[in-house]
Each structure stands twice: as C-alpha cells, then as structure tokens.
Design a protein around this ligand. Sequence first.
Ligand code: PHE
Length: 357
Amino acid sequence: MDDLRQKYLEAIAGAGSEAALEEIRVAAVGKKGEVALQMRELGKMTPEERQVMGPKLNALKDEINSALAAKKEALGDAALDERLKTEWLDVTLPARPRPAGTIHPVSQVTEEVTTIFADMGFSVAEGPQIETDWHNFDALNIPPHHPARQEFDTFYMHRAEGDNRPPHVLRTHTSPVQIRAMLAQGAPIRVIAPGRVYRSDYDQTHTPMFHQIEGLAIDRDISMANLKWVLEEFCRAFFEVDEVELRFRASHFPFTEPSAEVDLRCSWEDGRLKVGEGDDWMEILGSGMVHPKVLEASGVDPTEWQGFAFGIGIDRLAMLKYGIPDLRAFFDSDLRWLRHYGFSALDMPTMRGGLSR
Ligand code: PHE
C-alpha cells in the first residue's frame, strides 16, 4: 500500500495539466482503478485482516483524492496567472486610434456657419436638391420668361416626350428653401438652410455643384439695420477677428427689394487673405428685404410681416478662410488634398471652444 501511495502522490505532484490529473484519478481511485481493485480483495480476507486493511485503504483513497484536489487548484491558479500575464492591458493607451479620415472643408465651414447662426437664434431648414420650377423660380418672383432664368445656367430634369408639365430643376440656389420654410412654419420665422446647389458652370472658381447657406428672418418690424448687424456679427465670428467692415452695394435680385450685395474689407498678403483691414473689398454674399410677392407666394401676409434674406457661398467662404486657391480641387477626392486641408473629426466647432483649431 505504501508503494501505491508513493506512486500516485508522485504522479500527482508531477502532473502538468488538468487532463493528466484526470488520467491519474481514473487509474488510482476510479471505479476500475488500483485502489478499487485492492478494495475488492478485502472480500477474500479474514475479518481481522479486513478490519485493519479496510480503514487503511479508505484513508489512502482520501489522501489521493485530496492530493488531486490540491493539485487541481494549483494548476488552475497557474493557468490564471498565465492568462493574466498574456492578457495584460495598458490602460494608459488612448481608447481609440487617431481617426485616419478628415472632415472636408465644406463640411467644416457648414458646421461653423450653422453654429454661429444657431447662436443667434436661427434654426436649420432643408429642402430637396431636385426642386420644382415653381419653388426655384416662380415663387421667388422669377416668372417663366424672366431674364434671370437665363442667368442661372439651370440644369433641367428630363421629361418624357409629350409630358408638358413644367420641368423639375436641380435647384440653382438655396432660396427655394425660404418658400418651403414659410409655407411650413409661417411667420415669425428665423431659419438658415445650408445645402448643395447646381449651375452649369466650370472654371477655377465655379463648379457645376457647389454649396450655399440661405438665411431668412421674418417678423413684424425687421429692417435692413437688423440684416447689417446680423451679417457683421456673423463675419466677426466666422473670420475670428475683432473688427470687420462691410460695404452694402445696391444690387438687384427678383426676390428681394431693396437688394444689396455685401463686400468685406480685406487685404491680400502673399496670396493669403486678411479680413478687417486693407484697401480691397471682397464680395461674399447677396441679400435684401424679402419681396412682398415672395411672402405672398409663401402664404405670409406682406402687410403684416417683413424681413430679410441672404445667400452665402459656403465653398467661397472656405477658400477665403483657409487659403484654398482652386475650387475644383474641393471635389476631386484627392487624398493628399483632403489630408492637407481636412479637419480633425473630433474637433467640433463651438462658439465657446473656438470654431476652427
Ligand atoms: N439666391 C441668390 C443667389 O444665389 C442669393 C440671395 C439670397 C440674394 C437671398 C438675396 C437674398 O445668387
């Protein structure tokens, strides 16, 4: 029996895995194991012998079982230690890798402009890019044979032959969103509408698709003075300078009366723009007091309500603010350009935190 004890205790001590341990258990104390075989021998013994051997065999069985249990636990601890060592984590690493993509300057500037106007109480309105002829022109006081329709280089959607309904167009400006917003919300109203617009035009400063942001504020007593303040405030915030000077130049749009194009005082140094100083003027937007006919077409009573509207080119703002010389590169999807001019996805423009950094 001592041989048996020594053999199994040594085997248990030397076992390298739980599987090896299980094999030893079966061979030693399993139903057909060596200890069980010895117990079967008890039947052949005299009662005296059995009284001595019986307890001894039981004790041996207990001893082997507890050695197995202790070894099993030790193996488990070792396995856990091993896992803890290999599954070690450096919790000081950043949670995510730096994003490889960048935010396109058009998206960045749209966010910046929206943030500034949201801060002044404007909410965001939207309209479709495929627009009805009526929303894009008629409702904006541009009737079918008005010369302004030619000025816009409009893309007309194809109509089936024999279909004589007026065509849909790719909207040539964001102004139709004025109509949609007033029809939906009535007056008073304060909205901006950023989005894509289309004109058949292509050179260094024109692409067939570009971006505008429309502004509209209608109330009982809104005047050109309010328009001027809002635009000055906007330019100060957008160009991140303390002082700006705007010049309102009399102009003409069918949907505003009076109308003004707005220029910004600036200078150019080594191809880079400086805003608020210098002897140059840079045209940045079109604006005016919303024409009574436009209010009427939008279900707003012009004897009760009045206000201003403006339209700014987003791509142009991006070129000016970030010194980007060629508009066409905006839409080439050249990765090198995007990495150079793009913005970090984690830096959202805010009025408090800064618009661009
Ligand atoms: N829709 C005009 C354009 O695209 C801009 C504009 C908007 C002018 C609102 C006046 C008022 O040129």
